[in-house]
Design a protein around this ligand. Structure first.
Ligand code: ZN
Length: 135
């Protein structure tokens, strides 16, 4: 694992939360992106070499809608940047972690992603992400 790439925060209203985090971090949302496969709308803000990802449910059965119904708004996941997502997935599987994805999938921000079940990581949903080569 290379570093914390971003922290994902589940919010009710992306516009409202975007305004709050722009004030908090004193920087502008630089990207808004909908990930249809996940039923989420995301907004990204940079903070140093890390990012904050705000997540709003875009469908009623979105994982974010379910999370907020159960726990309310708040920290949803921590994402770690990896160089080789398949190798990291295999390593974690061998260590006994439960992965939520059998194969890496295309997530927000031009990343291949895979999630690790929170039960495997003391209640925290973990995301692995690898930058997709653009060329
Ligand atoms: Zn994320």
């Amino acid at each position: 694992m290379n570093k914390i790439e971003h922290i994902g925060i589940a919010v009710n209203d992306l516009q409202q939360a975007g305004n709050i985090y722009e004030k908090l971090l004193n920087t502008a949302v630089y990207k808004i992106e909908e990930v249809l496969s996940e039923g989420v709308k995301t907004a990204f803000l940079g903070v140093g070499t890390n990012k904050i990802e705000l997540l709003e449910a875009s469908t009623p059965d979105s994982p974010i809608a379910k999370f907020i119904a159960k726990k309310g708004e708040g920290v949803h996941h921590i994402a770690f940047e990896v160089s080789d997502i398949r190798a990291e997935m295999q390593r974690l599987k061998d260590e006994g972690f439960v992965l939520l994805n059998g194969e890496p999938k295309l997530g927000a921000d031009n990343k291949l992603v895979c999630f690790v079940h929170p039960k495997s990581a003391n209640g925290v949903l973990i995301e692995l992400c690898q930058e997709v080569n653009r060329d």
